[in-house]
Design a protein around this ligand. Structure first.
Ligand code: PYC
Length: 328
């Protein structure tokens, strides 16, 4: 099916969560039907992918942005449906993005303090907004799929990591030679990108052959009040400025599997900017249910304009070897 034509104007609200930006799309999108969020994602990806690039990529956006398409939920009792997308494709869930969605819905006056259900393509998520505008998301169930998987990296030798699901697939590495600080951004990007390529080359996947498209490195926290610091490579060859909600969920699933985190214990995950998400898990039988708390701030409300004679109205495709819509 060919991509649909863009409208002239799309309304958006931008926010950031612990430094990582989210662009909520409010109106102006194609009709995706009234099916489940998973069905609507399939249609968006197959028939209307031009929207993703036009909204997020240059010249209207930047490769760091994560998009959150706000849709009518299937169940009218839910506050909204959402499909997350980025410069490379679509995300099952997005923790920082969901906190940004909560802040945006609150800014618009659509939700107030309390619990609200949001539908996503990978299941329902509950957001709880408190009086101080802090948001707690109850994420989809997380689990460790494989422990200490070896991968050979040219120049580094064998690196071990756990494969875990936290709403996206992660390869989590504890043993590596890096300080997790912004001065090392280039080396961190280079190393994690090599890991990602090695996983692909060696057929290391998540469940049902799912591609592992997030790589997460850990060290001791810089601030001793926190339990850990991370660096997360996202699918489109950019790094998460926040501590990554789905990555923190995957991390907590590994800690539970290793007997290092008990239900209800707090896990303060510091990201590469030093910003923090507070996590904890609850158990439902064998299922690990992660909770992530953080704050987001609205930064702009705007209309994106797509003039018919603009040669870049569909966005500038990714460059420098960055994936461009083949993933997700
Ligand atoms: O917070 O889950 C997250 C996330 C995924 C990719 C970027 N942020």
């Amino acid at each position: 099916m060919p991509n649909s034509a863009l409208p002239l104007r799309i309304e958006i609200i931008d926010s950031h969560t612990a430094g990582e930006p989210t662009r909520c799309v409010l109106s102006g999108g194609p009709h995706l039907g009234s099916g489940s969020l998973a069905e609507r994602l399939t249609r968006l990806r197959a028939e209307h992918d031009v929207y993703r690039r036009a909204i997020l990529c240059e010249p209207r956006g930047s490769e760091v942005l994560v998009g959150a398409w706000l849709l009518e939920p299937v169940d009218p009792a839910a506050a909204a449906g959402v499909i997350f997308f980025n410069n490379a494709g679509y995300l099952g869930m997005c923790g920082h993005g969901m906190i940004g969605v909560a802040a945006t819905l609150a800014y618009l006056g659509k939700i107030g303090p309390g619990r609200h259900r949001i539908e996503t393509p990978v299941g329902d998520v509950t957001i709880t907004l408190d009086e101080k505008d802090e948001v707690t998301i109850s994420n989809v169930a997380a689990y460790r799929h494989r422990a200490r998987v070896p991968v050979e990296l040219p120049g580094y030798g064998v690196v071990h990591g756990d494969v875990a699901w936290g709403g996206n697939w992660f390869f989590l590495i504890e043993e590596h030679p890096f300080m997790l600080s912004l001065e090392n951004e280039e080396e961190l990007m280079d190393f994690t990108w090599q890991v990602r390529q090695a996983l692909q080359a060696n057929g290391v996947t998540g469940a049902k052959d799912a591609e592992i498209d997030h790589i997460e490195l850990f060290t001791a926290a810089h601030d001793p009040i926190n339990q850990s610091r991370n660096f997360v490579l996202c699918p489109g060859k950019v790094y998460d400025r926040s501590p990554c909600g789905t990555g923190t969920s995957a991390k907590m699933a590994c800690l539970v599997a290793d007997g290092k985190l008990k239900p209800g214990e707090l896990w303060r995950q510091e990201g590469i900017l030093g910003s923090v998400f507070t996590g904890r898990v609850e158990m439902d039988g064998d299922r690990i249910l992660p909770y992530i708390t953080g704050s987001a701030y609205v930064t702009s409300a705007a209309s994106l304009i797509f003039q018919s004679h603009d040669p870049f109205r569909n966005g500038i495709p990714n460059h420098n070897g960055k994936p461009n819509g083949k993933l997700g």
